[in-house]
Design a protein around this ligand. Sequence first.
Ligand code: GLY
Length: 231
Amino acid sequence: RAVIVSEEQIFALHGAALQRSLERAGFEVFRFFHPGGESSKSLAVFGALQSFLCAHRFSRSDAVFALGGGVTGDLAGFAAATYQRGMAFVQVPTTLLAAVDASVGGKTAVNLPEGKNQVGCFYQPRAVFCDRDTLQTLSDEAYRCGCAEVIKYGVLGDRAFFDSLAQTPIRAQEEQVIAHCVTMKRDLVQEDEFDTGKRRLLNVGHTVGHAVEKCSGYTVSHGDAVAIGMA
Ligand code: GLY
């Protein structure tokens, strides 16, 4: 059995394809929708998802599929990590930001009123399926948020990559850009899964960025906040 965790608007765009393919593979599929935005990374929504899993008699041998951006992945991942001490978890990122950063590396969390990502754990997804067709429906604003995370990888010391971003729009080299970022992230995470050393490089722009997000009441998006933090 599988549950697809998503926002209703995202599911309307891409959910049917995912559900069909899971059903063809033999899964009985359930859906859990959360409201859009950072407010869903809360203990309340986390609790509602846990209760949903329990009410539908999910067990450790079932799977959670996160269909969406970073908020969905962080929330669904933390729920999968903790429900009955852990069930299988798969990331299906539908934003550039989630494709190049949030869906890879196993960071899961929800926020507290006191701050962002204050409750969570490291829990690796069994797989990350990045289908670039899902990025076609992103608004320019949402796409730009992902670009901030992409530029981050250039800033982290890859001069050739940084220069290629300055020369060619990201949309025009999207597949190579995603592959490059995921490869860089994979290498850092393999070396330092639990963020005590080299992986912390990936937090460039995030320390100030998270403060900007929180102090704005999450009206400044994560990507914009990371861009401000890097600047
Ligand atoms: N977003 C930074 C990391 O996954 O380490």
